[in-house]
Ligand binder design. Structure first.
Ligand code: SF4
Ligand code: MG
Length: 336
């Protein structure tokens, strides 16, 4: 059967004063119904741009999009803005890192939660308000009948995040995109919000794309994992396979800089030496080669000369042999 969301050879380019930025450069992935795909990578790896493109929220005047994005049989790259408006907030919804970017200070929380419901279902104001109260209750806001008339500034950070989740889920979307949804919250509230998301996914059956730089959070939330670097996927597989037997040197770097899998995840990642690649002038060959400690294991200068491809299924885009990919991590790089 067709995956619910299928992205094929996606390319997203921005024209800037300095030249063409290849923000996403040949990305393919699938998301199944009811499953969570985690996307990890440093900022600038293309993970947020990919998802804004899925939602059709890129600026059409400065952005070129090529490739295929097929959502439940509908092609989105060629969809009109009108068609995208019908999808957004209805079939696909998004939770952002900062609720204040999604919630306006000028309207009550209830009115903002109710708005997509009125827009997409044609419900009356009264029906939509009732539905907003139900949704506030579902996301764990106490006294929803009263809080529905509060303004965002009367909510705590955690409550605003819950309100944004209520707004995202009010039309029962088939796909929920969560971009660093808990990064701004303290650890306890973060854990509560993640639990809430898991419960609601059970109830609503939505597919989720969960974007983060936090591998501890991803281990808890995702079924499958995509590791992005320089606008490309460099590794993919089930979350267990990728986190326990990673096959790409970039993933090794992410993991070995982690405190301990399943341990304290509040500590920030120690960055991998070197800086993320320029998207204006990406490195030749493997985009990770200027930072990779294993180029010496690959002969013939292939790391800087030849772009490694990513096979389908469980795979890593790297010139190391299958045997090296399996053993180097286990021999040398166990996470601390
Ligand atoms: Fe490192 Fe070469 Fe593999 Fe790229 S292809 S990750 S540079 S070993
Ligand atoms: Mg981002």
């Amino acid at each position: 059967p067709q995956p619910f969301l299928s992205v094929r050879d996606l390319r997203v380019q921005f024209s800037t004063e300095d030249g063409i930025v290849k923000a996403v450069d040949g990305l393919s992935f699938d998301v199944e119904r009811g499953k969570t795909l985690g996307i990890v990578g440093e900022s600038g790896s293309g993970k947020s741009v990919t998802n804004l493109t899925v939602l059709g929220l890129h600026n059409p005047r400065s952005t070129t999009v090529d490739g295929e994005i097929v959502l439940d049989g509908q092609e989105l790259v060629t969809a009109t803005e009108k068609e995208m408006e019908k999808l957004r907030g209805n079939k696909v919804a998004m939770i952002f890192q900062d609720p204040l970017t999604a919630l306006s200070p000028y309207y009550t929380v209830g009115r903002q939660i109710a708005e997509p419901f009125m827009k997409h279902t044609g419900a009356s104001k009264k029906e939509a308000r009732q539905r907003a109260i139900e949704m506030l209750a579902k996301v764990g806001i106490p006294q929803p009948q009263t809080r529905v008339d509060d303004y965002p500034h009367q909510f705590s950070g955690g409550m605003r995040q819950r309100a944004m989740i209520a707004m995202a889920l009010i039309c029962d979307p088939d796909l929920l995109i969560a971009d660093e949804p808990t990064t701004a919250l303290d650890v306890t509230v973060q854990a509560q919000i993640l639990d809430l998301l898991k419960d609601l996914q059970q109830e609503f059956g939505s597919a989720i794309i969960f974007i983060t730089h936090d591998l501890g959070v991803i281990a808890d939330m995702a079924d499958d994992l995509l590791v992005m670097y320089s606008g490309r996927a460099v590794e993919r597989g089930s979350v267990t396979e990728v986190l326990h037997r990673p096959q790409h040197p970039y993933t090794w770097g992410l993991l070995s800089s982690m405190p301990r899998l399943g341990g304290d995840t509040s500590q920030a990642l120690t960055p991998i030496p070197g800086s993320p690649p320029s998207l204006l002038n990406p490195p030749s060959g493997c985009p990770f080669h200027p930072r990779c400690a294993f180029t010496g294991e690959v002969s013939g200068g292939r790391c800087s000369g030849e772009r490694p491809s990513l096979a389908t299924g469980r795979a890593a885009a790297c010139h190391l042999t299958a045997d090296q990919k399996q053993t180097i991590f286990l021999d040398k790089i166990q996470p601390r």
